[in-house]
Ligand binder design. Structure first.
Ligand SMILES: [Zn+2]
Length: 340
C-alpha cells in the first residue's frame, strides 16, 4: 500500500516538472506504457495475499485514475501555453500569397449535353425528362415492339428482379410519356437522359450512355421539317459548312426510318481515319413517328403526324473532340476530365 502511495507522489512530482510535449510523452511511457510502472502495479494484484487483495486493487485503481486525470490536465495546460507563446512571438504575415484552390469543372458529357440543349432550345424544343427505370410495356410494346418481336434483339437489356421492370435501353419510352401527358396538343421536345444496355464494355461500347431523343408532333409535320431540323443542328454544333445526307434504315417506331450522316469534320468528305475512308460520319437515327406509336400516345394518325430522332451525345463528343475510347467518359481519370 505504501508503495502505491509513493508511486503516486513520485509520478505527480515528475509530471509537474514536464515542460513540453516530448517530456510528457516520456512520462506517459514510463508510467502507462506496456511495461509502465502503474500498469505493472495494477497487474500485481494477482500476487497480493487474498486478505489484502481487495483493498490493494481499489487503491491501485485510484492511483491509476488520479494519474490519468493529472496527465490530461497537464497536457491541456501545456498546449494552451504553447499556443499563447506562438501567438505572441510568431506574428501572422497576411501579405503571404494564399494557397490556390483547385477549380472544378463540368464533365465533358454535361458540356456537350448543354450545347445540344441550347441548339434545340433556339429551335423551340423543350426539355422533357423521364424515368430511367421502365416497364417492358413502355420500353418496347407501346413503341411497336410486341413480345417476341425480333427487333427487341437490337437492345441487350438489363432486367430487374421484378418481372417486367427493366433499365431503359433507349430514351424512346419518354415519347410515350410525353405524348400521353400532352395529347392532343402539339409537341416539340427533346428527351435527354441515361440509358443502359447489357453489353461488354469495350473501346466502342459501354453499359451506360446518354441519349438525346427528339419528338415533334402536330399538323402537317413532314420529313422536310425533320431534315431542316437535323441540318440546322449539325451546322450549329459542327460548323456552318457541314453537309448532311440521309439513308433509309429501319426502326420499329418510325416509318419511314432514316440514318443521318454528316460529311467528315476532319477531311470534309475526302476520306480519312476518322471516317474510315468513307468521307461520312453517322450522327443519328430518325424517322416519321409510326402510326401505331402515335395511336399508343393518344394521337390520331389520320389527323396529325410527327418526326423523331435519337442521338448519342457521347459519340458526338467523340467526333467533336477526337476521343478514341468511350470508356474514358465514366473512368473518372482526372487526366482525361481536366482537358475539357
Ligand atoms: Zn474523314
Amino acid at each position: 500500500m505504501s508503495e502505491l502511495t509513493a508511486l503516486q507522489d513520485r509520478a505527480l512530482a515528475e509530471l509537474n516538472a514536464c515542460s513540453d510535449e516530448a517530456a510528457l510523452r516520456a512520462w506517459n511511457t514510463k508510467y502507462f506504457g506496456k511495461q509502465g510502472e502503474v500498469v505493472l502495479a495494477v497487474k500485481k494484484v494477482g500476487s497480493v495475499p487474498p486478505a489484502e487483495r481487495r483493498a490493494y486493487g481499489q487503491h491501485a485503481n485510484q492511483v491509476k485514475e488520479t494519474l490519468t486525470k493529472a496527465h490530461e490536465e497537464r497536457d491541456a495546460l501545456l498546449k494552451e501555453q504553447a499556443l499563447e507563446r506562438s501567438l505572441t512571438t510568431e506574428g501572422l504575415d497576411v501579405t503571404l500569397p494564399g494557397r490556390p484552390v483547385p477549380r472544378g469543372r463540368l464533365h465533358v458529357a454535361t458540356k456537350v449535353l448543354r450545347e445540344i440543349y441550347a441548339i434545340f432550345s433556339d429551335l423551340g424544343f423543350q426539355i422533357y425528362r423521364s424515368r430511367e427505370v421502365e416497364d417492358d410495356l413502355t420500353n418496347f410494346e407501346l413503341l411497336n415492339m410486341p413480345p417476341h418481336h425480333p427487333a427487341r434483339d437490337l437492345w441487350d437489356t438489363f432486367h430487374t428482379t421484378t418481372p417486367g421492370v427493366l433499365l431503359r435501353t433507349h430514351t424512346s419510352p419518354g415519347q410515350i410519356h410525353v405524348m400521353r401527358e400532352l395529347a392532343p396538343r402539339p409537341i416539340r421536345v427533346i428527351l435527354p437522359g441515361m440509358c443502359y444496355r447489357y453489353e461488354q464494355i469495350t473501346v466502342r461500347s459501354e453499359i451506360q450512355f446518354h441519349q438525346v431523343e427528339g419528338l415533334a408532333i402536330g399538323d402537317h409535320v413532314t420529313m422536310a421539317d425533320l431534315k431542316g431540323t437535323i441540318i440546322t443542328f449539325a451546322r450549329r454544333l459542327f460548323g456552318a459548312e457541314r453537309q448532311v445526307r440521309i439513308r433509309s434504315s429501319y426502326f420499329p417506331f418510325t416509318e419511314p426510318s432514316i440514318e443521318v450522316d454528316m460529311d467528315c469534320i476532319l477531311c470534309a468528305g475526302k476520306g480519312c481515319a476518322l471516317c474510315k475512308g468513307s468521307g461520312w460520319l453517322e450522327i443519328m437515327g430518325a424517322g416519321m413517328v409510326h402510326p401505331v406509336v402515335l395511336r399508343n400516345g393518344g394521337y390520331d394518325p389520320a389527323k396529325c403526324s410527327g418526326f423523331a430522332f435519337g442521338m448519342g451525345p457521347q459519340r458526338i463528343a467523340q467526333l467533336k473532340y477526337a476521343i478514341d475510347d468511350i470508356r474514358l467518359y465514366w473512368g473518372n481519370d482526372l487526366r482525361f476530365l481536366s482537358q475539357f
